[in-house]
Design a protein around this ligand. Structure first.
Ligand SMILES: [Zn+2]
Ligand SMILES: [Zn+2]
Ligand SMILES: [Zn+2]
Ligand SMILES: [Zn+2]
Ligand SMILES: [Zn+2]
Length: 746
């Protein structure tokens, strides 16, 4: 009781702005009841008001350790940790709030401030939306795919024929149960207690009695359905849900139905039902949206993963690749051809030396040996003539500029995308090719020569995306004798690209207007009366699709490699092999391309990646292969890396944040520090110009004390602690002091 009056006067002090007095009172209360989290929380709020951030954070942490999980705590911890530039800690607190109510306006504001603080520290440009990616599901639409209606009809037939569930079960004419109504509700109450007690069969019997008396009671139907579901009788469970008229189905009904359809492998129905649940909750129920995406991702990717050791799934953070079974280090997990490819903006790329359709090298002996070919011994020249692969290089017959490895590739490229963007087609296509060759430079609208393009991939890549969409739609239009592509045909043509997430926080349309205008000009008239208008939105979307998903690759086996193989097989008595070697010293440069890969693009990032993406030849095309870098357990997620992981943490994070809009929370980032000024484990700051000691082995974590080092080691540092090799690390760590050369106790 004393506490209550003290608490009340402290609150009054707080409201009156007398923070020092309030702190005193809360301190007394804490002394009296040290395990009551709300006093720490309130005292912390007083400290925050009087700008004592360190004390405020300590109180927030104490309240959190006592199990406090309120929005107030999230806001207090988030705000003060942001002020103290302890961004992970701030994020940890705000996450409490995100789990409670991610639409809370104060919370959204707090997150925005946190993000701005991070951006300011790294001097990065950022928009308001920079990390709106907190909710991955919001980036995934629930729009149907073209053809879904037909699949739905097929599922309908399965429901009718296999499960005997008809499209419409008439809701029986309403009969007032009259004198039986009392009995029905009694039975329902009994049934419910039986259900709670786990006596499901008896519960079902009672529910059945109640339903017979009151056949049109949706609640009874739903309850019996739940009982059946727990009994794993999915069909009967579904029958009850199905019997409830659509306008009476509540969120629980749609959600449970979706779940059952998912379990029965009827994904189109599952999506439809989850979509209805989403609609009824105004999209606020994250759980239901995640269920929807799980179903959708499974149906889109399961066919691609049929014979592989991996699956694509949907986690809280979006798509991810998961091991279906245990994987051994070195195992090849899959190879993949790009859905569409383009050039990388790289001055060393000589584009004419690769096929513009399949990325295969078209390096000739003349290209490789240059003038030495003239002065070579005649028998060696003969060897080259015999053994250097003969590549029937063909150029586009319209522009003569773009080259292919075969007539097949030329034809394929023409039909799938080159026709609309051949440099010979218009002034605009010619100019776009020139800008690409000049690595993004060209004459802008104002007549000034400048950099017009800001990406590592050629703007022609984007043009190819539209070109392939339009070509596909036109092709379908002609097949169906139409005069313009139908909405369905457009949707089908676009659908392969829907697999690739797009996310960015700036406007490419605003920053690259010359390229946008050129691309608009190119597709304004696509022949056969077909026009395509590119909106700013679509331009931004496709640009970020490329930024977020493109993977660079090369076709690794060149004519040079094939020639080498042949030369190495010459018998020992043939001296040409030995004499040839001196001319084969330099490995030719591999042209680098970038491509959109359906499976590879689902791999998420970690600074301790467990898979490696490398170049591969796939069915004669350039592509990628994904190989395990370590043993991977069944159910574990597979991670690639988007960056050079030899960078220190601060740089890695800034880089990832700037390029991919996320703040890395991988295992390694969690157990590495930024420098000797802050204890990596307890976040304590070093004082009086003294610095903390580094982990003697990896030099990437700093500790205030041996207990902190040991605790970090136990919690997970041991999993990421490796001897550092690269020079960047040495530079980053030159000011640190070794703690010990011995490994800490395990
Ligand atoms: Zn080719
Ligand atoms: Zn051409
Ligand atoms: Zn990381
Ligand atoms: Zn410490
Ligand atoms: Zn270490």
């Amino acid at each position: 009781n004393l506490n209550m009056t003290e608490d009340k006067t402290a609150t009054e002090d707080f409201q009156a702005g007398k923070y020092a007095e309030a702190v005193e009172k809360y301190s007394a209360l804490i002394n009296a009841t040290p395990n009551f989290s709300s006093y720490y929380l309130k005292r912390g709020q007083c400290y925050l008001k009087s700008n004592k951030y360190k004390e405020a954070l300590q109180d927030a942490q104490k309240a959190s350790s006592l199990g406090e999980k309120s929005m107030e705590l999230a806001m207090l911890g988030g705000k003060v940790a942001t002020k103290l530039q302890m961004y992970e800690e701030a994020y940890r607190f705000y996450k409490i709030g995100v789990e409670l109510d991610n639409t809370n306006t104060d919370l959204v504001e707090g997150l925005r401030n946190l993000q701005q603080a991070i951006l300011d520290e790294y001097e990065l440009e950022g928009g308001e939306d920079a990390e709106k990616g907190y909710s991955a599901v919001d980036f995934c639409s629930q729009d149907p795919y073209p053809g879904d209606d037909k699949l739905l009809q097929i599922e309908q037939k399965i429901l009718e024929n296999k499960h005997n569930i008809q499209d419409t079960i008439p809701w029986k004419d309403y009969k007032d149960g009259g004198e039986f109504r009392g009995q029905a509700s009694e039975a329902a109450i009994e049934a419910h207690s039986l259900m709670v007690a786990g006596k499901l069969e008896e519960a079902v019997q009672k529910f059945t009695f109640a339903i017979e008396t009151e056949p049109n009671n949706a609640i009874l139907r739903r309850l019996r359905s739940e009982a059946y579901y727990i009994m794993d009788d999915k069909i009967n469970s579904l029958r009850d849900l199905w019997a409830i008229p659509k306008n009476q189905r509540r969120v629980e009904v749609w959600r449970l139905g979706g779940q059952i359809f998912h379990d029965l492998n009827l994904p189109l129905h599952a999506e439809l039902w989850f979509k209805n649940a989403t609609r009824l909750t105004d999209g606020k129920d994250e759980g239901v949206k995640i269920l929807f995406q799980r179903t959708r991702i499974q149906r889109l990717y399961a066919p691609l993963c049929n014979n592989l050791a991996i699956n694509v799934e949907f986690s809280d953070f979006g798509k991810c690749v998961v091991a279906k079974k245990a994987i051994k280090e070195g195992e090849e997990l899959f190879t993949e051809k790009p859905l569409i490819m383009g050039q990388v903006m790289d001055k060393d790329n000589n584009f004419a030396l690769s096929c513009d359709n399949c990325a295969a090298s078209i390096l000739t002996a003349e290209d490789y040996f240059g003038s030495t070919l003239e002065t070579m011994e005649p028998d060696l020249k003969e060897l080259i003539r015999e053994s250097w692969p003969d590549i029937p290089t063909v150029a586009c017959d319209k522009c003569q500029k773009v080259k292919y490895c075969s007539e097949d590739c030329r034809r394929q490229a023409w039909v799938s995308q080159h026709e609309l963007i051949c440099p010979a087609r218009s002034e605009a296509t010619k100019k776009l090719h020139e800008i690409s060759q000049n690595l993004g430079h060209g004459v802008a609208e104002d007549g000034v020569w400048k950099n017009l393009w800001d990406a590592h991939f050629s703007p022609l890549f984007l043009a190819r995306v539209w070109s392939s969409i339009i070509s596909a739609a036109k092709h379908m239009m002609k097949e169906s004798d139409g005069s313009v592509p139908t909405a369905e045909q457009w949707a089908k043509a676009r659908s392969p690209f829907r697999k690739f997430m797009a996310f960015g926080n700036s406007s490419a349309a605003d920053s690259m207007p010359t390229i946008l205008n050129l691309i608009r000009e190119i597709f304004k008239d696509c022949g056969d009366g077909v026009q395509y208008k590119i909106t700013d939105n679509e331009f931004n979307g496709r640009y970020f699709q490329a930024v977020c998903n493109l993977q660079t690759f090369s076709s690794p086996i060149t004519p040079y490699h094939r020639f080498m193989t042949r030369v190495s097989k010459l018998g020992a008595e043939d001296t040409r092999g030995m004499r040839m070697l001196k001319y084969l010293q330099t490995t030719p440069h591999l042209n680098t391309y970038c491509g959109l890969f359906q499976l590879q693009s689902c791999l998420n990032h970690s600074c301790t990646n467990n898979v490696q993406v490398s170049d591969a030849e796939v069915e004669g095309y350039g592509g990628v292969k994904v190989v395990a870098k370590a043993d991977i357990k069944k159910g574990d997620e597979l991670f690639t890396t988007y960056i050079d992981t030899s960078m220190p943490r601060r740089l890695r994070r800034a880089w990832l944040f700037r390029s991919f809009n996320f703040w890395c929370h991988c295992h390694r980032c969690e157990f590495e520090g930024d420098g000797p000024e802050v204890c990596t484990e307890c976040q304590k700051k070093a004082e009086n110009n003294s610095l903390f000691l580094a982990c003697g082995q990896c030099h990437r974590a700093w500790y205030c004390s041996v207990p902190c080092q040991k605790s970090a080691w136990r919690r997970g540092h041991r999993k990421i602690c490796r001897k550092t090799k690269s020079s960047t690390d040495a530079a980053a760590n030159q000011d640190s002091i070794e703690l010990s050369n011995k490994e800490p106790e395990k």
